[in-house]
Design a binder for this molecule. Structure first.
Ligand SMILES: O=P(O)(O)OC[C@@H](O)[C@@H](O)c1c[nH]c2ccccc12
Length: 250
């Protein structure tokens, strides 16, 4: 069993915390990730800043802009992962747009993920049907995304997946919302018909009550924008991020 499946134990209240690498600067990324772990996050999703992030809402886009305004590079992000791995075995997945992988070279990128200890990749602009293009690496899971309207495609999207399944709770881009659609729990049970790996729900989750509700039917709740707002407001205080993550699990 890999680091991911080990961390997202079923029947427990699990939180996946997101941050954008290099926000507010790459030097802070390792301490922020470790702060998330101390606050109780089971897994950390690290966004690779990108200039044309089509699925990202305003909060995550602004984080990308902040990161890109500094001297950031994919190599520096891999260095940050190596630093984290010296201290922690928390599972790490990259949220990365396909262009970044393509420019680096698919095989090289996956090899570098394996070497540094990146356990999975979420690639929002690479549909299942096009994943053939990506070379395989058994150490790195390609995390499938299932949307509310994936319908008949769900079985194909999740049946051979490893790591976890990312179920998107709502239509549109990332960002906090007041409520989660009732349809989300139906889609999660539909996904569970076809796979035994953990199913996490994300988009719009911003406080502890929502995290608790989502964990009643999914194996983890993913929180992005609400955490990124704290990083922005505190200029990257690892302690404040740790406290906020802990408050989400209370
Ligand atoms: O910000 P939210 O609404 O809490 O949702 C998580 C989301 O930000 C994170 O998982 C993410 C950031 N960028 C993405 C692009 C596609 C899918 C997911 C993401």
């Amino acid at each position: 069993m890999g680091r991911i499946e080990n961390a997202l134990k079923k029947g427990e209240k699990n939180l996946i915390a997101y941050l954008t690498a290099g926000d507010p600067c790459i030097e802070k990324t390792p301490e922020l990730v470790l702060g998330m772990e101390s606050g109780g996050a089971a897994l950390v999703e690290i966004g690779i800043p990108y200039s044309d992030p089509l699925a990202d809402g305003p909060v995550i886009q602004a984080a990308s802009t902040r990161a890109l305004s500094k001297d950031i590079s994919i190599e520096k992000i891999f260095d940050a992962v190596e630093k984290i791995r010296k201290e922690s075995q928390i599972p790490l997945v990259f949220l990365v747009y396909y262009n970044t992988i393509h420019n680096y070279g698919g095989e090289e990128f996956l090899k570098k993920c394996e070497e540094t200890g990146v356990d999975g990749l979420i690639i929002p602009d690479l549909p299942m049907e096009e994943q053939k293009e990506l070379p395989k690496n058994a150490a790195v899971s390609i995390i499938p995304l299932v949307a509310l309207n994936s319908g008949d495609r769900i079985e194909n999207i999740v049946k051979d997946a490893t790591g976890f399944v990312y179920c998107i709770s709502s239509f549109g881009v990332t960002g906090t919302r007041d409520t989660i659609s009732n349809k989300a729990s139906e889609i999660v049970s539909e996904i569970k018909k076809y796979t035994d790996i953990p199913v996490a729900l994300g988009f719009g989750i911003s406080h502890n009550k929502m995290v608790e509700d989502v964990n009643r039917y999914a194996d983890a709740a993913i929180v992005g924008s609400a955490i990124v707002k704290v990083i922005e407001k505190t200029k990257g205080s690892a302690k404040e991020v740790e406290d906020f993550v802990a408050s989400l699990l209370r």
